[in-house]
Write a protein that binds this ligand. Structure first.
Ligand code: UDP
Length: 329
């Protein structure tokens, strides 16, 4: 029997590339699609020799064409760090809105099931803690994060509309902070920032007073949750993340211990609209999918540190790997 075909957008990115690995391992034929603005071919280089792997260099904000059958679509293309939204706000809006529309159209044409990558950012700076899927969120539409948050909120709305109006099989995963190998070292997110600083012998930069919290999920756990959600019959949004919550100050201390850096911690201004607390309520994932995270922060951080240590030295000093100017159209 022919293998089932899966399209993974953002396939050369951090999450997308791990999803490609998982679906290849599960015996699917995988098409990775990426415009390579924030994605990197090095993340999927090892898959190119695989007979069931294809790569399409394409921007999903433009009409998407895939010849042949498609059974599943995973829409994971999007810039996903606060620094990226500031640099490419228009592209961030377009991939979440126009890109999602194109992929829903493709799913409809192919009679494929589609899962879209939403985010804990739909909850904004939450006033409910931990965040359940029923919480509507507290988002500043015109703040620096608005381009991402509102694109993702629109994405959920249009996905649900295709589900109810066209009967499309849709799934919505709300992803909380995730880390692991293949994160971009220079994307400004806190974990690569701290580890990069430790490796370069720079001070660790805490934004604000470090009392804000996050809950970090190891990438293999996340991928497993996404896989289980896609295979389930549940169309409402599901939080996937690790509920183990930590302040950014304590997290910096964990990185200091892990890396053995002798540098100090310095305090910088807190970026505008930076959420004060974040922790997923994963009751739904547990009861509906039988999923919960397995990898502790200590284990996950060790693996991730080894990955960053293994990168070529020039990557460590690359502040920005390309100019983003042409994408803000
Ligand atoms: N942060 C920090 N120092 C850094 C980068 C980030 O203290 O060098 C903080 C940031 O202000 C936020 C938290 O770490 O409170 C997580 O930031 P990240 O950009 O990783 O993700 P998000 O804010 O989207 O959860």
């Amino acid at each position: 029997m022919a293998k089932k075909r899966v399209l993974i957008t953002g396939g050369a990115g951090f999450l997308g590339s791990h999803l490609c690995d998982r679906f290849i391992k599960e015996g699917y034929s995988v098409i990775a699609m990426d415009n390579l603005i924030t994605g990197d071919l090095r993340n999927i280089e090892h898959l190119f020799k695989h007979p069931d792997f294809e790569f399409y260099h394409h921007d999903v904000s433009k009409f998407v064409h895939v010849p042949g059958e498609l059974h599943y679509i995973l829409h994971f293309a999007s810039p996903a760090s606060p620094i990226d939204y500031l640099k490419i706000p228009i592209q961030t809006l377009k991939v979440g809105s126009l890109g999602t529309h194109n992929l829903l159209g493709l799913a409809k044409a192919k009679k494929a099931r589609i899962i879209i990558a939403s985010t804990s950012e739909v909850y904004g700076d939450p006033t409910v803690h931990p965040q359940t899927e029923e919480y509507y969120g507290n988002v500043n539409t015109v703040g620096p994060r608005g381009v991402y948050d509102e694109a993702k909120r629109f994405q959920e709305a249009i996905t649900m509309a295709y589900h109810t109006f066209h009967g499309l099989e849709t799934r919505i995963v709300r992803i909380f902070n995730t880390y692991g190998p293949r994160m971009r070292l220079n994307d400004g997110r806190v974990l690569p920032a701290f580890i990069g600083q430790a490796l370069r012998g720079e001070d660790l930069t805490i934004f604000g007073d470090g009392t804000q919290t996050r809950s970090f999920c190891y990438v293999d756990d996340l991928v497993d949750g996404i896989y289980k959600l896609l295979m389930s019959d549940y169309a409402q949004p599901v939080n996937i993340g690790n509920p183990s919550e930590i302040t950014i100050g304590d997290f910096a201390e964990e990185i200091v211990k892990l890396t053995g850096t002798k540098q100090k911690v310095v305090y910088l201004d807190l970026p505008k609209d930076d959420p004060k607390q974040r922790q997923p309520d994963i009751t739904k994932a547990k009861t509906i999918l039988g999923w919960e995270p397995k990898v502790s922060r200590a284990e996950g951080l060790k693996i991730t540190y080894e990955y960053f240590k293994s990168l070529p030295k020039e990557v460590l000093y690359q502040r920005d790997h390309k100019s983003f100017d042409s994408y803000n159209k």
